[in-house]
Design a binder for this molecule. Structure first.
Ligand SMILES: *[C@@H]1O[C@H](CO)[C@@H](O)[C@H](O)[C@H]1NC(C)=O
Ligand SMILES: *[C@@H]1O[C@H](CO)[C@@H](O)[C@H](O)[C@H]1NC(C)=O
Ligand SMILES: *[C@@H]1O[C@H](CO)[C@@H](O)[C@H](O)[C@H]1NC(C)=O
Ligand SMILES: *[C@@H]1O[C@H](CO)[C@@H](O)[C@H](O)[C@H]1NC(C)=O
Length: 727
């Protein structure tokens, strides 16, 4: 018969500081969870609220007399000013006083001041009373995360007369422990001690962002958490763009004894997604009982303080579980990297439009692969929107109506991706006097055959000859930039002039610009209809990661735009993505971008110029990529980089040659690093991200002579050269 508990967990698209919106999404998720158990009678919601700290993990344990549910929700808020503390308590008090939340065990994430120190806490609430405040024990403070800076002092006047600390919740039939984010990644995770002390259900409210090929790391961690220990693991994650460069990729999970039983979507436009699973808690008990040594360890482990919650998650009585069947184990689902590129940046770009209240994207096409990839991501976004609209997602339809300038009560449904693209996506061909007919035609075909985007000059202000005036002489790129920024008006409804070559003439001194030709500048352009705000340019840097690190770009021109969806994605991955999209989206035109003289497509001039880039830079792209990874991911200084490469390249280069290359890299790196402070925000797809000012907080001004370091390298290289000569 078993001892069945139905648990629910979810992924919510929460916005920082949107207290009411976040609350509504939480309530909606609780409603959905209730509906899923609705054939049964009473439902208890255990859970969620949100305060205002770095992450706002909200977890709800929902359960019904027969069909128990645990809902795991998280809420995010990354600004942690005094206001946030205040509003968090205000929200909590609304929850405490709301009858609807009674009979529910609530797990609310919020910042709490305790004895003058600030903590990122989970507050456990039942029937309008606080049972426990559980501070997060390990804070994420590296890479993209700066949890510690969010906690600013605030005088907490309220007296908390409840347990504060690391305790667990005992219900009448099981025991629940909470973990928060970073804690799972620490070697000695809290769930181990909790599990040995009899905790059977672990909830984890997480804020974990998307990186290509990373999901398996997370799923492995979650599986491992209960693989040896046994137990039920409920994982919830933020979903959507958190108003930042990161995309949080949902993927709520329920695992039992190291096996996945339920998995939510990783990329979705839904604001609220709830998954449920019915599990047999006796499975945990028999799993744990199967090993005597586990029992011995358990007897030695320190006991957690237990807080009693007068609630039962499972059915009472023999007939309670009739008709309810436990869910089966199933293998986790993973997307391929090319699917991840298709979906992740597309969802992020959709949220960007929603949150910035803008009306679409503007993208200059060069006929090269970078702008093509960006355009394809927009196409993917339109497909996702159409799919959601067909499924009747009210929020998506509402947002689409706003973007296209339709009144809220109109009949418009964005169910045709190409028709929708035509309304929100604007492209133009942007080349130089030397650009070939071929690239121009390719860009035009891409725009018209595939997306039916409004293609032309710059639809934003096509009534004015925006680029022509640049023909006369060298102009700095911001000139076109500013012109295109001019808001369009009702009198200039735009009539795209096709195929007019763009006379933008880059100053010849601007090395990178010459092969750049704005190949992948993307603008967000609101000129569509009736939307009166200024467009904001967006632009993916070509070869983002590599070139930027070496500093081979011009500040404020080719790096200027609103956003860069492909800045952290490698060229190899981009090509795989295009090949995938060609079939998946039925866009045969993409074939031309993949096959047509690949390098020339990357560098819109000629193949010789590509060579020139590498000569200009004094290093090849391959080398640059290696330097970049060593510097950024492995954090090598000059000497340790030399030491590594001398082994790695020992077969092909003499130590003194390696020394030359390393020194050259460090020289350019240090004189150009300041440029990275103004990079266009780029979708963070890899730990190797060019968005240095955000992600890599090392100084941007160095003494470029690296005098002592280079001396040491030279000494070592000389000694090694001599050694080799002797051999
Ligand atoms: C929750 O899961 C995340 C993975 O996204 C992990 O980093 C974190 O440590 C987990 N938290 C706990 C408390 O296990
Ligand atoms: C738990 O709740 C039930 C029903 O509300 C009540 O009868 C019982 O006394 C409570 N138990 C405790 C220990 O408070
Ligand atoms: C176009 O080609 C001519 C002749 O090679 C050259 O002088 C000029 O600088 C080129 N223009 C651009 C924008 O690269
Ligand atoms: C850089 O370091 C060298 C060697 O210590 C020194 O001579 C030089 O003045 C420094 N340059 C600057 C700008 O500080």
């Amino acid at each position: 018969m078993g001892h069945l508990i139905t648990v629910a967990t979810c992924a919510l698209n929460q916005w920082a500081l949107d207290f009411e919106g976040n609350l509504n999404r939480i309530l909606e998720s609780i409603r959905i969870a209730k509906k899923r158990g609705a054939t049964l009678r009473r439902i208890w919601l255990l859970r969620p609220f949100f305060g205002g700290c770095v992450y706002f993990p909200f977890t709800a344990l929902v359960h019904d007399r027969f069909n128990k549910k645990i809902l795991n929700i998280r809420l995010i808020d990354r600004k942690n000013k005094g206001d946030t503390y205040l509003h968090s308590w205000e929200m909590l008090s609304i929850i405490l006083n709301n009858e609807e939340t009674h009979g529910i065990l609530l797990d609310v994430g919020m910042p709490v001041m305790h004895k003058t120190f600030k903590y990122n806490c989970r507050v456990i609430v039942l029937n309008g009373k606080i049972l426990l405040i559980r501070p997060k024990m390990y804070l994420a403070n590296d890479g993209n995360y700066r949890e510690m800076r969010f906690f600013t002092p605030w005088i907490q006047k309220r007296v908390i007369t409840v347990p504060f600390g690391d305790a667990v919740i005992a219900t009448t039939d099981t025991c629940i422990g909470v973990e928060t984010c970073e804690e799972l990644f620490t070697p000695n995770s809290p769930h181990i001690g909790m599990g040995l002390d009899g905790v059977e259900i672990f909830t984890n409210s997480s804020g974990s962002h998307h990186e290509l090929r990373k999901l398996n790391t997370r799923i492995d961690l979650i599986k491992e958490a209960t693989q040896k220990l046994g137990g039920v693991y409920l994982y919830s994650n933020q979903q959507g763009c958190d108003g930042d460069r990161l995309y949080y990729d949902g993927c709520a999970l329920v695992a039992v004894n190291g096996q996945i039983v339920s998995q939510g979507s990783q990329f979705s436009l839904k604001d609220v997604e709830v998954i449920t699973a019915t599990i047999d808690i006796e499975d945990v008990r028999s799993f744990r009982g199967s090993s005597a040594s586990r029992g011995i360890q358990a007897s030695e482990s320190p006991a957690y303080h237990r807080i009693f919650a007068n609630i039962s998650l499972s059915g009472i009585g023999l007939d309670a579980d009739i008709g309810v069947r436990p869910d089966k184990m199933r293998p986790p689902f993973y997307h391929t990297p090319e699917q991840e590129i298709t979906l992740g940046p597309a969802c992020w770009m959709w949220d960007y439009l929603r949150r910035s209240k803008t009306g679409g994207y503007f993208l200059p096409l060069s006929g090269g692969i970078d702008s093509c990839a960006t355009a394809t991501i927009v196409a993917s976004m339109c497909r996702l929107v159409a799919e959601s609209a067909r499924e009747g997602d009210i929020q998506v339809i509402k947002d689409a109506r706003r973007m296209t300038g339709e009144p809220e009560d109109s009949e418009y449904l964005p169910t045709d991706p190409r028709e929708f693209a035509n309304r929100i996506f604007h492209t133009c061909y942007m080349g130089t006097e030397n650009s070939s007919q071929e690239t121009r035609v390719r860009a035009k075909e891409l725009a018209e055959l595939s997306y039916r985007s409004q293609h032309g000059y710059c639809r934003a202000s096509s009534a004015r000859p925006i680029f022509v005036s640049d023909r006369e002489g060298p102009s700095i790129p911001p000139a076109w930039w500013h012109r295109c920024r001019e808001p369009c008006s009702a009198e200039h409804p735009s009539s795209p002039k096709d195929g007019v070559s763009l006379p933008l003439r880059p100053a010849s001194s601007m090395g990178p610009w010459k092969d750049h030709t704005c190949s992948a500048c993307a603008w967000k352009c609101e000129c569509g209809r009736k939307v009166g705000r200024k467009p904001v340019p967006a632009h993916p840097t070509r070869r983002g990661d590599l070139v930027t690190l070496r500093g081979y770009l011009t500040k404020y021109d080719c790096s200027s735009a609103d956003i860069n969806p492909i800045g952290a994605i490698s060229k190899t991955d981009l090509k795989r993505f295009i090949a995938y999209a060609q079939k998946e989206f039925d866009m045969p035109i993409l074939e031309k971008f993949l096959t047509a003289t690949p390098t020339a497509e990357l560098e819109p001039i000629t193949k010789d110029y590509v060579q020139a880039d590498e000569i200009d830079m004094g290093m090849t792209y391959d080398e640059l990529s290696i330097f970049g990874r060593l510097r950024k991911i492995e954090r090598c200084g000059p000497f340790s980089m030399f030491s590594k490469l001398v082994h790695e390249w020992g077969e092909i280069l003499r130590p003194s040659q390696v020394a030359e290359k390393v020194k050259r890299f460090f020289f350019y790196y240090s004189i150009n690093r300041h440029k990275l402070t103004t990079l266009t925000p780029s979708y963070h797809a890899e730990s190797y991200s060019p968005d240095d000012n955000r992600f890599d907080l090392r100084p941007f001004l160095y003494n470029a002579s690296w005098s002592w370091q280079f001396k040491r390298i030279d000494q070592a290289a000389e000694a090694l050269d001599n050694l080799n000569n002797v051999e």
